[in-house]
Design a protein around this ligand. Structure first.
Ligand code: SAH
Length: 350
């Protein structure tokens, strides 16, 4: 698909045309990754963060956040729940927390790989290459790092680097692949200042970088952040601003599936947050094949407030698990068995 065509889809409101897009992306999903929906248990291990991202509620300068870091025992308790629920993967996510040391995490990874068959995904921000290598050697399988937007000027505005460093998430994504991780990335849809042209470029880059997993969520303003407090002044002019709506997010999911048929695409928590009733199901019926149920202990969930009113904050792991499984089965889809490695990566390894 050419950029012009992507732009046409992003800009159309024609319901009948969009039904065609949904049908096409759903068929491509079915033909390439099947009816299985793989579940990844999300463990939000820490909300400490060294970074000051303009969009994120747990940014270092948000003084209102009560900070926590889970203990190894607490993490292993969540890992056990993932096993009990039959999940194939655990995702360890956190702010960019340098209190999470290389050795401490190596021990936890080793523990998980000794005691379970789970795949391990890490999502810990822009860590040093030596740490990424050590964690891969200890047994981590995948790494998630969204590039958030491919517009460099916009990225620089919302994602200031650590002092004396340069933040190049594309370079890190290349390194992650070299190190042998299955690589996940993604974007937010509707960042103030993000144009339709930017969004079309993002989608084309998913394909160009041959990423194995792409997470796509709407940008949700957080009142404790600079971007959330003053988004008006950053908006693109003359109809070029992308709205952070459910519809726009679904269009990006559908187009991504069409361009990258074999990859894993989650129906994100952010999508489920802006439409509590149907967001998750819409994502799954328009191209997505992954859901990440939350395993974080309830007392920490609400403290991991990257954006407000995050779906799943009002329930515990048991409740999230059964609600998500029921809705997948009600769609006539099947709960994935096993690790659910990316079909994209397997193809390349042969
Ligand atoms: N520290 C890790 C994990 C961040 S949380 C990292 O930086 O990679 C995971 C994702 O949540 C981010 O990559 C971002 O795309 C998303 N996110 C953060 N703030 C958000 C907001 N206000 N609205 C929607 N998504 C947000």
């Amino acid at each position: 698909m050419k950029k012009e065509q992507i732009l046409e889809w992003l800009k159309t409101d024609d319901q009948e045309e969009l039904e065609k897009l949904w049908r096409q992306s759903d068929k491509i999903r079915r033909d390439n990754v099947g009816e299985e929906v793989h579940l990844r248990g999300l463990i939000e291990v820490s909300n400490f963060c060294a970074r000051d991202c303009g969009y994120c509620g747990i940014r270092v300068s948000n003084q209102d956040v009560c900070r926590y870091r889970m203990t190894a025992d607490e993490i292993m308790g969540c890992v056990q729940m993932a096993v009990n629920f039959g999940y194939g993967t655990v995702v360890l996510q956190a702010g960019e927390d340098y209190g999470i040391s290389r050795e401490w995490l190596c021990d936890i990874i080793t523990h998980i790989t000794r005691e379970t068959n789970l795949a391990i995904t890490l999502s810990l921000g822009e860590r040093d290459e030596s740490e990424l290598i050590a964690w891969r050697r200890a047994g981590a399988d995948r790494y998630l790092l969204r590039f958030e937007t491919s517009n460099r000027a916009l990225y620089d505005r919302i994602h200031p680097p650590l002092p004396g460093r340069f933040s190049d998430r594309f370079q890190i994504l290349r390194n992650l692949r070299e190190i042998g991780y299955e690589v996940g990335s993604g974007i937010m849809v509707g960042i103030p200042g993000q144009s339709f042209d930017d969004l079309a470029n993002d989608i084309l880059l998913f394909k160009e970088y041959d990423i194995d997993m792409i997470g796509i969520g709407p940008y949700i303003p957080h009142p404790g952040t600079p971007l959330g407090m003053s988004s008006e002044e950053h908006l693109c002019l003359s109809g070029e601003q992308v709205p952070g709506t459910e519809l726009m997010t679904c269009k990006v999911v559908a187009l991504t599936r069409i361009l990258c048929p074999l990859i894993n695409i989650p129906s994100t928590t952010a999508l489920a947050t802006i439409n509590r009733v149907e967001g998750r199901v819409h994502g799954l019926s328009r191209g997505a094949n992954i859901v990440m149920p939350n395993l974080t202990p309830k007392k920490y969930r609400e403290l991991y407030e990257i954006y407000p009113a995050k779906a799943s904050c009002d329930e515990n792991a048991d409740e999230s698990n059964s609600r998500i499984k029921n809705s997948i089965c009600a769609m006539g889809r099947v709960i994935g068995v096993g690790r659910g490695d990316s079909a994209n990566k397997k193809t390349k390894a042969v």
